[in-house]
Write a protein that binds this ligand. Structure first.
Ligand code: NAP
Length: 595
């Protein structure tokens, strides 16, 4: 192999030249620098020659991503692959052709799981293809799968598991075990990348006639992340709901000054919070211990107060903790709920209960503090859809957050991050946070394309950002907003702004659904159905359809309404309307940001 080493030498200066010592030293340095530059240039030429002489092995990485994390991991793998002599194409599953994919000798799959075990939106069409009877053989492919998920949801990492099983069934050879990652995915994902790249680089031939589409341009990566968050000053905090409302939603503004950070409308901001003092004290009391007691945690000795306040998720019980509770308590009901494959009954039972509630319910389970720590998950940052456009609010990022508060079993319950921001954070505080890009949930590149936005409650957040973006970029496409909340008097979030957007014509259409203004509930999907003809006409002329907000009921019901509208207005069978929706998804014209 042509190994070009750096053989830079300081040029030799004749002793009889007419310069004094200092001048000679300077000149020596100058010439050395020049020589180095020339060498670097030569090396560049040699390296290029080496690159063409020793062909890099092609590697294809496909990703299925709902919120941008899987795409970010795929991008990281691409960067690291160069060190292994691999040349990489990162492909959105929606842009991947199955027949071409089957020709790839080296294939890595990175996919998240959406909702309760579903494929992410950009993965559904390719998954339908590969899971069909007519799928091609993958027996010439080496592969590995990285699955992203959240153990708090049913169907943890299901999408990745299905891809792994299917590729193996089609004859592909697994070169590294699948890794299933929980929300703190960075470390295991990096380990998987290292192992998978090192192993796959040893497999297969050097060049293969793979026809893979070119990688997209990558945005500049932020230097801030979970381990190294940005400290952003909270500059504005105000309620969006009226004091007599049945709920509380707040608006927050953070300064990005001097951080050099930027984001796109549609991205999310992850806020790093701490656990509430009363919750920490409840737990300490339950274990009959003091916050000053020191316990080992990942090689460090930390006080329990620190561990419970800053490090562990102590509000939502982990799946491992619940399973161990069932085992140790011997409680028949809990055991049967945990063992039931249908998780609905367990979810109903857990609804509204926090870790302290559960530990109190089964005192016979008896955990030591160390056991409890081992069974708990790290406190994850909470992701919120950004509600501002940086083009409109220079060096700022805004959030729209609904506060979670309720009383159950005689205990007040408080959402970790929403009430950290509402009750603890004050203007002037520095809040730790970092961005998550969401490239598919963004304002259409075509500024003339119509947008239909369905965002009840806090689902309004990214659409405020989209609309601000459209003003800032002078985009001329039509905009239709469906917004709803409980009561018009108290819960019309951003009312003034939205009404101004309507009166200036930025909002071509605005349809409101205040569910509790009348005895019968009226929801955003009812407004969609009332306007079915026009909505379908918008889709037919290329409109993008966006949903943001509650995943459990709202997003599913809005999806049903959309299918119904396409079926009825397009005169299509239910299968044909499904195909219509699949095409919208494939064209990135039907995108969801739901939680
Ligand atoms: P919300 O209060 O749950 O609901 C907003 C509106 O949607 C209400 O009018 C509600 O009506 C209606 N709705 C209820 N079921 C519906 C359905 N099946 N289809 C259509 N509309 C329906 O909304 P939110 O203020 O956005 O709160 C949502 C939840 O998401 C909160 O519990 C919050 O913790 C969580 N969350 C929020 C954020 C954030 O704040 N950015 C982030 C992550 C998670 P009714 O209530 O009258 O039935």
């Amino acid at each position: 192999m042509n190994d070009v080493k750096n053989t830079t030498k300081v040029p030799h200066l004749p002793t009889d030249i007419p310069f004094n010592g200092e001048q000679k030293q300077w000149l020596g340095g100058f010439l050395a620098g020049l020589h180095t530059r020339l060498l670097v240039k030569e090396e560049g030429v040699n390296n290029q020659q080496t690159a063409t002489a020793v062909a890099l092995k092609p590697l294809t990485i496909i990703y299925g991503s709902q919120t941008g994390n899987a795409q970010a991991v795929a991008d990281d793998a691409q960067e690291m692959a160069k060190e292994h002599g691999l040349t990489v194409n990162v492909i959105d599953m929606d842009d991947a052709n199955l027949q071409d994919l089957a020709k790839c000798e080296r294939l890595l799959v990175v996919t998240s799981t959406y909702g309760e075990g579903e494929m992410p939106d950009n993965a559904q069409a390719l998954w339908d293809d590969i899971s069909s009877d007519g799928a091609p053989s993958f027996e010439n492919s080496y592969y590995s799968v990285l699955a992203l998920g959240d153990t708090n949801y049913d169907g943890f990492c299901t999408a990745g598991i299905l891809w792994d099983e299917r590729l193996q069934a089609l004859g592909a050879q697994r070169i590294a075990d699948r890794v299933d990652c929980d929300v703190d995915f960075e470390e295991p994902a990096n380990q998987w990348i290292n192992e998978a790249l090192a192993t796959i680089a040893q497999k297969g031939s050097s060049a293969s006639g793979e026809q893979v589409s070119a990688s997209q341009k990558k945005p500049v990566k932020s230097k801030f992340n979970r381990q190294n968050p940005l400290s952003a000053e909270l500059i504005t905090k105000k309620p969006l709901t009226q004091p007599n409302s049945s709920k509380e939603t707040f608006h927050y503004e953070f300064s990005l000054e001097e951080s050099g950070e930027t984001y796109e409308a549609g991205d999310a901001l992850n806020v790093v919070s701490t656990n509430r003092e009363t919750l920490v004290n409840d737990l300490l009391a339950l274990f009959n211990t003091s916050g000053e007691i020191v316990e080992p945690y990942k090689g460090e000795s930390l006080t329990l107060k620190d561990i419970f306040t800053n490090i562990l998720e102590i509000r939502t019980p982990s799946k491992d903790l619940i399973a161990e509770l069932a085992l140790r308590s011997g409680d028949e009901k809990l055991t049967s709920l945990v063992n039931d494959t249908n998780k609905e009954a367990l979810n109903d039972f857990l609804w509204g209960k926090d870790t302290t509630d559960l530990l109190r319910l089964y005192p016979q389970a008896q955990f030591s503090v160390a056991e409890f720590i081992a069974l708990s998950k790290p406190l994850a940052a909470r992701a919120y859809s950004i509600s501002s456009s940086i083009k409109h609010h220079k060096q700022q990022v805004h959030l729209t957050v609904a506060n979670v508060r309720y009383k159950q079993n005689d205990r007040e319950h408080h959402g970790v991050c929403s009430t950290f921001l509402a009750d603890k954070a004050v203007v002037g505080d520095k809040i730790n946070c970092f961005f998550s890009p969401n490239k598919s949930f963004s304002v259409p590149d075509n500024s003339n394309a119509p947008m239909i936005m369905v965002g009840p409650g806090t689902g309004i957040a990214p659409f405020r950002a989209f609309l601000e973006e459209r003003v800032a970029t002078k985009a001329e496409g039509d905009n239709w907003l469906f917004f709803g909340d409980r009561n018009s008097e108290t819960d019309f979030l951003y009312q003034e702004e939205i009404e101004t957007m309507q009166s200036t014509g930025l909002l071509t259409r605005l349809d409101l659904a205040f569910s509790r203004d009348q005895s019968e509930k009226i929801y955003v999907q009812d407004r969609m159905l009332e306007n079915a003809k026009e909505l379908f006409a918008w889709l037919e002329r290329g409109a993008y359809f966006f949903i943001c907000g509650d995943a459990y009921r709202m997003a599913k019901d809005v999806d049903k309404a959309l299918h119904k509208i396409i079926e009825q207005q397009g005169g299509l069978s239910s299968q044909a309307s499904q195909e219509y929706v699949n095409q919208l998804k494939k064209q990135k014209r039907y995108v969801r940001d739901v939680y």
